[in-house]
Design a protein around this ligand. Structure first.
Ligand code: B16
Ligand code: MG
Length: 212
């Protein structure tokens, strides 16, 4: 086995909560009269909740106080969490589950490295509560991607140095974070085209080819 540990991003890699993020931000943006679309939403991948709000407010003519911003972020999170209630274990694809099981059977330790503060809720909705050997998420970091903290912590929780771990990401900011932390990175979606990605992937199960 090439890597002793594999650290997976959540949104856009293990499951597809990105559309729910979009719907929740769109509802907030419409309410405050700010233009927002799927292209702007792409810039929010892997970016923390408050940093995402700042990106949305780039198009706002009105300036908001920190307290108002907190309120807006909380409102978005309420809408988002309501949407997460729709998720069930059928939202975990067979391809993802079978690949995770096969990587574990081959001896790899598996961790989550996600910016989301809703990570544990999402994992339990899709039937993966308790599945991972370690979880590093938005609740244990002070700097979000492209800072490597979320992955450095995940490796620490696994008891492995970064050079023994692979990071799997869908966001450009996520691959930047992996590189900054000294990790090899596997990229899905737009992250596959990052100039510094170690392994560009077409599908999640493509991970098996790296590991064999
Ligand atoms: P929350 P990831 C990220 O998840 C999302 O891609 C990003 O859009 C979101 O703003 C961020 O989590 C924070 O999420 O509001 O639930 O704390 O891709 O790092 O798994
Ligand atoms: Mg992601």
């Amino acid at each position: 086995m090439k890597y002793k540990g594999i650290i997976f991003d959540l949104d856009g890699v293990i499951c597809f909560t990105d559309h729910y993020h979009y719907l929740a931000w769109k509802a907030l943006a419409d309410e405050i009269g700010v233009y927002f679309d799927e292209t702007i939403n792409n810039r929010l991948r892997g970016v923390s909740r408050m940093a995402s709000l700042e990106i949305i407010l780039e198009r706002s003519e009105k300036a908001y106080t920190p307290a108002e911003k907190e309120q807006m972020a909380e409102k978005k999170n309420g809408i988002y969490r309501k949407l997460l209630e729709k998720m069930t274990p059928t939202d975990l694809s067979g391809e993802v589950k079978e690949t995770l099981d096969a990587l574990r059977a081959a001896g790899a330790k598996l961790a989550i490295g996600s910016s989301s503060k809703n990570t544990k809720l999402i994992l339990s909705r899709i039937g993966l509560g308790g599945y991972f050997d370690a979880i590093s998420d938005g609740t244990n970091i002070t700097h979000s991607k492209p800072d490597p903290e979320v992955f450095t912590k995940a490796a620490e929780f696994l008891g492995l140095p970064p050079q023994d771990c692979l990071v799997v990401e869908d966001a450009l900011a996520g691959i930047d974070a992996a590189v900054a932390g000294g990790f090899d990175g596997a990229g899905l979606g737009e992250a596959a085209s990052h100039p510094k990605v170690t392994w560009p992937l077409k599908t999640f199960s493509g991970l098996m080819a790296i590991e064999s």
